[in-house]
Ligand binder design. Structure first.
Ligand code: NAD
Length: 306
């Protein structure tokens, strides 16, 4: 079994991004700028946003964290989003999910300008991804593709089983693995809570991507010998021996499954950390305007033209 070391790959990518930022600044351009909106004081969301901001600093990006009270109205949040949509100094921004119940997430996603939607959740970006057109790919699926690429894992003609069909992980992952190209060209089965006989599906899989949010759900008897196992799940478990007071568990029973598979991602140190660098990659693409043609709001800079 070989570990798919997200920590190592993430570090490599951060160094590549940092080198590119130096080049950009060397040409007299401003550093890429990511903004994040955090509504409320949910502990996990704060941790995620803080790690995104810290990663920005590590690669030389500018970052702005906008903290809003949990009782902010939907209209006030949209006003804030519009400010970022129209702020030329901001290349891309995210609204950390989940949002408080009184705010309609769909409405919020739709109010983000697609060219600044570095989370890749806007329908325009989801459509581009589906049609294999250039655009922002959601950070977690992008991180999974990147780790598959860097470890040169074969995907063509392979049977890939994905567990979980959320809009941010499972569903986009199923589209990406089925798309033409590499990584892709797989035969995909998308499983979810209504799937019958899940083990029958997973036992046929050459590649399993577990994203259901149930700790240590995938057991060795559900996995074919030699399969590639990607564990997306993150569940916090109370652990008083740790300074943080908790530890993280994935959706895969690592102890059992690692003895049977060919490759596996650990939790932590696997897909979680890859997700953060994918967001940085998307922000760099936004700064370079790789996916969206310049609008009148942007001035033309020859350095960034293809
Ligand atoms: P979600 O709760 O939105 O969706 C879970 C999906 O799993 C649903 O489609 C549901 O149908 C399916 N499911 C639930 N129980 C099932 C079962 N017993 N059998 C088959 N399918 C089942 O989850 P999400 O937002 O996609 O997150 C999934 C997990 O991934 C969570 O643990 C989350 O914390 C983690 N996550 C990690 C990252 C990362 O950066 N590594 C990013 C996003 C989510």
């Amino acid at each position: 079994m070989q570990l798919l070391d997200g920590k190592k790959i993430a570090q490599e990518i951060k160094e590549e991004i940092a080198a590119e930022v130096l080049k950009i600044k060397g040409r007299g351009r401003k550093a890429p700028h990511l903004a994040a909106i955090l509504v409320g004081d949910d502990g996990a969301s704060q941790t995620y946003v803080n790690s995104k901001v810290k990663s920005c600093e590590e690669v030389g990006f500018k970052s702005t964290l906008i903290k809003l009270k949990k009782d902010i109205t939907q209209n006030e949040l949209i006003t804030q989003i519009n400010l970022l949509n129209n702020d030329d100094s901001v290349d891309g921004f995210i609204v950390q999910l989940p949002l408080p119940k009184h705010i309609n997430e769909e409405r919020i996603l739709l109010s983000i300008a697609p060219e600044k939607d570095v989370d890749g959740f806007h329908p325009v970006n989801v459509g581009r991804m589906t049609l294999n057109m250039p655009g922002y790919i959601p950070a977690t699926p992008k991180g999974i593709l990147e780790i598959i690429k860097r470890y040169k894992i074969e995907t063509e003609g392979k049977h890939c089983v994905i567990i979980g069909r959320s809009n941010i992980v499972g569903l986009p992952m199923s589209i990406l693995m089925a798309r033409k190209g590499y990584p892709g060209n797989s035969t995909v089965t998308l499983c979810h809570s209504k799937t019958r006989n899940l083990s029958e599906e997973t036992l046929k899989a050459d590649i399993i991507i577990a994203a259901l949010g149930q700790k240590e759900f995938l057991k060795a008897n559900m996995v074919k010998k030699g399969a590639v196992v990607i564990d997306v799940g993150i569940t916090r478990i109370e652990d008083k021996t740790r300074k943080s007071g908790y530890r993280l568990l994935g959706d895969v029973d690592f102890e059992e499954v690692s003895k049977k598979c060919s490759y596996i991602t650990p939790v932590p140190g696997g897909i979680g950390i890859m997700t953060v660098v994918s967001l940085l990659q998307n922000t760099l693409s936004a700064a370079k305007e790789e996916y969206y043609e310049k609008t009148l709001r942007f001035s033309v800079d020859e350095d960034f033209l293809p």
